[in-house]
Design a protein. Sequence first.
Length: 102
Amino acid sequence: MEKTTEWTSGTSRAIMAGLRERVRPVAIRRRDRVEEHVGRYWISWRSRNRNRVFAEIRALQGRVQVFILPGPRDLRDSAGLARRAPRTQGWGWFRSRIEVSS
């Protein structure tokens, strides 16, 4: 995973470093590699083995929002965790959204 020092503020940068440190050992245990792609507003984490983006991260003032993206099979779950959102709701509908602050 590459560092994204230009993208985030000091607090958000520290949170991102902590998240990377938690994800890295899990990826190593699974013999996977996490690729980090940095956009203007988002960072995406992609599993090399699964060949899909599994998380999108957005820095806000003093906190970070993490969206855990369900896999294609999980979109059919009965709990409604991964239900499709109506067009008008945007990212706020995501039930797998996590906010991290320090």
